[in-house]
Design a protein around this ligand. Structure first.
Ligand SMILES: Cc1cc2nc3c(=O)[nH]c(=O)nc-3n(C[C@H](O)[C@H](O)[C@H](O)COP(=O)(O)O)c2cc1C
Length: 477
């Protein structure tokens, strides 16, 4: 026999304020602005019993309404349905589909929403798993999630996983039950209801054409982009967001400035910042004249220009100490002053600097030459050249690599999105400095992080490329 049991989310707390007044505390306090506790007034004995059952092992809606009917009489039923609806919309109610008395799947809301009611899936209607739904293991449980959903589903045994596999193509509950032994059609239908009301099923009308594909807006979202968007913003999840320092005391944070990567060093030119403050191009002229330039003068950029460019864009200006360790100031803004971005300079042609791959030391303002093989460097330059539509071979390619743990050590949920925002801040600063210096700048949209990690010899997961910028001498007008 199949049925669906309702229970409170395990993080809901009930506080009895008076004999007929109970405060239901929502678990969504920290991250949801729509959070509020619900005070239930004039609680009847039957409804008090209902709340106790919801807070314990739960019961079907029919059993709960029967309890109110028998204890309080028919007059209390509207009250019961009113609060059940409220609890559901506040994301406090979990739905467990039982198959033969055992849990098959549990739907747990991740935030309050007004679309958490259980929808009915007709036994002969065809469904397919949404292309945004995915399974992963979390703390020993198999979880089904989707960036389209305000809830997650725990698949409690092999049956749920088998049904998900069947849903790779459009099928109805009755069709699957005829192929899969051990699960009743009724259980499959309830399982479908659970998935349907978690936005994890794609209804496939006549001709098996997916609704998701039919929506122009959704069709333009790729799975990974939508998941990243949903999980790096507040809203449809209940994960911790922001500065949580979750590895404090467990893992050492990487140093504020990356130690020198070689002792083959080139001292770079340092411009006179005080003189530039007085004499440099006016800000609005720089802003208005900034543009991407993909062609260069025959005379390449010089060592002095490269030195000035790096000094004005990316040097360490100051190191200071805070509760969470040492931090730095640099010319470009950066989330939490973590300054995780490392600059790797691929010199193709530059006056008085030999071609090769260098790491920029922003504290000592030096280039440290790396022992990279030319067959690793050439493809990096080639990819940047292709990204400009083969405009010109870049004179200088600056690869921005992130030391990921610098950010993830402090920030939860938003670490990678902060890093990408940081790339934008640095790229704009580079654009403006290059314009003020009459150099040719251009950001590059995508590079190869594996190629970078191989060329530089970094651990892909500890530090790999997240942005690129090309630079050269300004062509004659
Ligand atoms: C994040 C980002 C990625 C970019 N990627 C490329 C690229 O791969 N190739 C390219 O030629 N230009 C690239 N550009 C430059 C843009 O095409 C350019 O900024 C845009 O066309 C506006 O022109 P403007 O910079 O001259 O104002 C990129 C710019 C940004 C900000």
């Amino acid at each position: 026999m199949a049925n669906c049991v309702l229970s409170f989310n395990k993080d809901v707390s009930l506080i009895e304020e008076a004999t007929d007044q109970v405060v239901v505390q929502s678990p969504f306090g920290r991250n949801n602005s729509s959070y509020h506790n619900l005070t239930v007034e004039q609680v009847s004995p039957g409804f008090l019993a209902v709340m106790s059952i919801l807070a314990a092992k739960g019961a079907t809606e029919e059993d709960l309404s029967n309890l109110v009917l028998q204890t309080d009489g028919v007059s209390q039923l509207p009250n019961f349905y009113y609060y059940l609806q409220k609890f559901t919309n506040l994301g406090l109610i979990c739905h467990t589909v039982l198959d033969d008395g055992l849990p098959l799947a549990i739907r747990i809301p991740l935030s309050p929403a007004d679309n958490l009611e259980l929808l009915e899936a007709a036994i002969d209607q065809k469904f397919m798993l949404s292309r945004f739904a995915y399974c992963h293991q979390d703390r020993g449980q198999l979880i089904l999630e989707s960036p389209l959903s305000q809830a997650k589903i725990i698949l409690t045994n092999w049956k749920g996983a088998a049904l998900i596999a069947e849903l790779a193509k459009p099928q109805s509950a009755s069709e699957i039950s005829s192929q899969l032994s051990g699960i009743s059609a009724e259980s499959i239908q309830l399982f479908f209801s659970l998935l349907l009301s978690a936005n994890m099923l794609d209804k496939t009308p006549e001709g098996d054409k997916s609704q998701e594909v039919e929506s122009d807006t959704l069709a333009q979202w790729e799975f990974h982009d939508l998941l990243f968007h949903a999980r790096s913003r507040r809203g449809r999840h209940n994960n911790s967001v922001g500065k949580t320092f979750r590895f404090l005391g467990q893992i050492e944070q990487p140093p504020i400035v990356k130690p020198k990567m070689s002792d083959d060093i080139i001292e770079l030119y340092r411009p006179d910042i005080e003189r530039l403050k007085a004499e440099d191009c006016p800000f609005t002229r720089v802003l208005e004249e900034r543009k991407s330039v993909r062609h260069y003068h025959d005379e390449p950029i010089t060592d002095r220009q490269l030195g000035e460019f790096l000094y004005r864009s990316a040097r360490v200006k100051r190191i200071f100490t805070t509760n969470s360790g040492e931090l730095t100031n640099r010319p470009y803004p950066n989330g939490g002053s973590r300054y995780e971005l490392e600059l790797y300079v691929v010199v193709n042609t530059c006056d008085r600097i030999p071609s090769g791959l260098y790491h920029y030391d922003p504290q000592d303002h030096q280039l440290c030459r790396l022992k990279a093989q030319s067959h690793h460097i050439a493809p990096l330059l080639e990819e940047a050249y292709l990204a400009t539509g083969k405009a010109s071979r870049p004179q200088i390619l600056i690869i921005l690599a992130a030391r990921f743990p610098r950010v993830a050590w402090v920030y939860e949920s938003i670490a990678y999105s902060l890093i990408l925002k940081g790339v934008g801040c640095l790229q704009q600063t580079m654009y403006l400095v290059a314009t003020a210096m009459n150099l040719a700048p251009c950001a590059i949209g995508c590079g190869n992080a594996d190629l970078f990690a191989t060329a530089v010899g970094t651990d892909y997961y500890a530090e790999s490329s997240v942005g690129e910028f090309i630079l050269g001498s300004q062509p004659s007008p």
